[in-house]
Design a protein around this ligand. Structure first.
Ligand SMILES: *[C@@H]1O[C@H](CO)[C@@H](O)[C@H](O)[C@H]1NC(C)=O
Length: 163
């Protein structure tokens, strides 16, 4: 990823200038009770399979904070809970983290670190997860005041007892 090559102190300045966009802080929105996938890929073709960890919060100088899951690049080594899964193609460098059955406590910043051998060569990606309450959208969908144009006119099953 050429857009994520800055690892020295200058990256602090760059982060301050571009703290909302750039390679840092992709945004993902999920709903409570649903699964959500936080994207992360590394260059496995040129770097080979490497150790990757996922943690919560900012990615520290080494390893991961509050580690949720780690992989040797081929299989999952550790996970803090069975809700954390790698369902992507590990052999293609897809180490996206799937969180099952989201709760509101899952909202926040996550960090993915691929430990590429060499000084300052780790690939690091932040993902900011927003969790919407599923109950809110149920209320919206069933509200008589919302437009029904997206859902074709009321489609009700005839009650069985009529027959
Ligand atoms: C969440 O993922 C699990 C495991 O892949 C799957 O069994 C389940 O059906 C998924 N749930 C939803 C709501 O998609």
């Amino acid at each position: 990823m050429t857009d994520c090559f800055l690892n020295f102190d200058i990256s602090l300045i760059v982060n301050l200038l571009f703290s909302v966009s750039g390679c840092d802080g992709r945004r993902v929105v999920g709903q409570t009770g649903q699964n959500v996938t936080l994207p992360c890929n590394y260059d496995i073709k040129t770097k080979g399979a490497v150790h990757v960890c996922w943690g919560r919060g900012e990615i520290p100088k080494s390893k991961c904070n509050n580690q949720l899951l780690s992989t040797d690049g081929h299989k999952v080594e550790t996970r803090a809970s069975s809700r954390y899964q790698l369902l992507g193609r590990l052999d293609e460098g897809d180490v996206s983290l799937t969180i099952l059955i989201l709760t509101e406590e899952d909202a926040g910043r996550y960090g993915c670190r691929a430990e590429i051998p060499g000084w300052f060569s780790d690939e690091k990606h932040h993902v900011d997860l927003t969790v919407e309450r599923a109950a809110d959208s149920v209320v919206l969908k069933s509200s008589p005041f919302t437009s029904s144009s997206s859902r074709s006119a009321d489609h009700r099953e005839p009650p069985d007892f009529l027959f």
